[in-house]
Design a protein around this ligand. Sequence first.
Ligand code: 0RQ
Length: 498
Amino acid sequence: MSLKFITAEEAASYVKDGDNVGFSGFTPAGSPKVIPAAIAEKAKAEHEKGNPFKIGVLTGASSGDSLDGTLTRANAIKFRAPYQTNKSMRAAINLGEIDYQDLHLSEMAQQVRYGFLGKVNVAVIEACEVTEDGKIYPTTAGGNVPTFCRLADKVFIELNSHHSKGLMGMHDMYEPADPPYRREIGVYKPSDRIGLPYVQVDPSKIVGIVKTNVPDEARGFDPADEITTQIGANVAAFLSKELKAGRIPSTFLPLQSGVGNIANAVLGALGRDQDVPAFEMYTEVIQDSVIDLMLNGRIKFGSCCSLSLTDESLQKVYNNMDFFKDKMVIRPAEISNNPEVVRRLGLITINTAIEVDIYGNVNSTHIGGTKMMNGIGGSGDFTRNAYMSIFTCPSVAKGGKISAIVPMVSHCDHSEHSVNVIITELGVADLRGKSPIQRAQTIIENCVHPDYQQLLWDYLKLAGSGQTPHRIEAALAFHAALDEKGDMRTVNWADYQR
Ligand code: 0RQ
């Protein structure tokens, strides 16, 4: 069968109102760019004619602005899952204009296969190569490509020549069988390969291929500042202390690290700390800092779901393919984030919190308990199954008006049962082997900003007794003070005396 080249507009013409479209990519890496923009144009044209046009957008994680941003601004999205980081989309979600389900990333593919999210009508996949017999070689991400391609009726390819064909061979595409006959996932070390370097589809499903030449839309990072540098140094010092104490094996353990400015700074610090031996990563996202640490030998291997790199770092990889080829593997999210594998490999996981409470419950997703920031991403997949789970955050946000440590989280993504260590720029709260009250004492002593320390000691007194003491009507008083007076420091416990 010969491959059919078409325009993005032709591809978009096959997408119908109400369709569920599965897109490749994981973060802006590997996300389609021109077909989503053409779907957005089609939506606008349909809306102008007075016709309804909205689709379900199923992805691997966040995507680029040409996908989430363009479709949101065209009012073309009915449903969206799982993670997102787009400004326009965040606003639309919080206005109730998009129904957003914030799933654990490892669960997305299987929930789609189980039929929980409806049928997948169309798959749009960015590839660096596609063959006449239906072999698709994705670009910089694994995402949920195998599942979307297998289930979709129609597959469209964005063949992006900006990406190196050297990516062929870097993927390990594998889809587990579904229950009740599921077997173990045979990844026993980060570099193990269990699948194919491509996704095989029935070639008759590939309706058309759109040629493109556009870079990924990955954002750069703020340079590490005093706070993020100190958080990174605290993480590195803590891990080297654990190593010396024998609570981490002398070979060290594979690391997972979240995305964002803080995660990037933490990895940089770990790379510089010579007390921490060269290590491997089993993570979802390889960011810029990892590439430099690979080049200088501090990171030996990286298993990921995407190369979420600025174009500058990606070119470093493409120009050194011989060096990187046997040091990285790109997997589907279902495998990169798989709880079974995370637990087996014994990962040290490092993720960022929006807020943490005095007992160690973590909110990763909601501002003020109501407004979606990004989503849980892979943080739950890793935290719950980690050898040791760490959360980092600056002790305060918005110039000190917000304390990252509060009496009770306004939304709970990771419960005290799964969270082992909290690290801010001020210090480390090691929560392992501690009761809730001991956890509160450790967190307040080591991690809380001085402006809030006495307030939290006083809350603990006010809270009284119990396994996990709380004065229920005061538990969200920090948030109420922020709402009413714009500053959590205005909280007055006298208002809550009985
Ligand atoms: O606001 O953007 O207006 O400056 O939140 O915070 O400090 O720049 O940190 O970029 O690392 O993001 C948790 C959101 C942190 C991210 C979160 C405000 C703060 C700033 C961003 P501005 P920073 P980061 C793997 C793992 C969940 C998913 C996850 C995230 C903005 O790391 O989405 O872990 N994590 N995935 O000022 C109000 C607070 C605040 C606050 C911070 N308490 N109240 N605003 N901010 N704390 C990746 C994947 O899964 C793909």
